[in-house]
Design a protein around this ligand. Sequence first.
Ligand code: SAM
Length: 243
Amino acid sequence: MSDALPDEALSKGWYHAIDLAPGSTTRGSVDLRAIASKVLPERLDGLRALDVGTFDGFWAFALEARGAAHVIATDLDRFHHATWPPRQREANAKEAGENEPGARFGLAHRVLDSKVERVITGIDEIDADRLGGPVDFAVIGDLLLHLRDPVGGLERVHAALNPGGRLLSLEQVSVPLTLRFPLTAVADLETGYTRMNWWEPNLRAHRDWLRTAGFEPRLKRIYKLAAAGAQAKWHSAWIATKR
Ligand SMILES: C[S@@+](CC[C@H](N)C(=O)[O-])C[C@H]1O[C@@H](n2cnc3c(N)ncnc32)[C@H](O)[C@@H]1O
């Protein structure tokens, strides 16, 4: 860790709560620290790991802290490169400003003296070559909901994993649709009333997205995201093994 903790690291608003030093945590609106210890393997020593859609980098730094030999964190260069629902694209691009992926990640990376490699790519362009080789463990958190084609995105990550490789997939799930259709995969198309979301799956749909892409998913956890206000949604976390 570098000596001085820049004031800017603690004063600005963050998406992720990240421990930058003992007693110094970024003021993130989303705190994944408690759930990470429940859903991530304790150690990932020697493995090549991938965090897709890293944003401030919480999952990437958590993979590094668990001993992964090499961690790649992918994200878009610009917010407006996302496949936001078409009618919201212009408004989202205008509002991006401070929220551009990369700025806070760079700061945390520097303060943590991290070796995580940042690769600019949309999930749809991910492949092993682009990542410098296949990976053994991947995380995708709260990203499939932003994709028009969640299974297509998962397929790309499936192809980038080594045989037997594992994916931790964490997404918000609809409680009403899970209770009403426990055995049927259904998803709410949210484009009519959210700015950035395509889908909110029920529990079965999250599982079946993973199965359809070629994974063998095992439910790891259902939890409420530790987050501010409306972001505190119910989530499911699956460990999905590449078949
Ligand atoms: C809600 S944040 C989630 C951040 C983090 N993965 C987590 O679990 O907290 C969504 C992230 O996905 C990225 N993203 C959105 N659309 C993407 C796409 N088509 N391909 C890759 N990343 C994308 C955004 O830039 C942002 O970093």
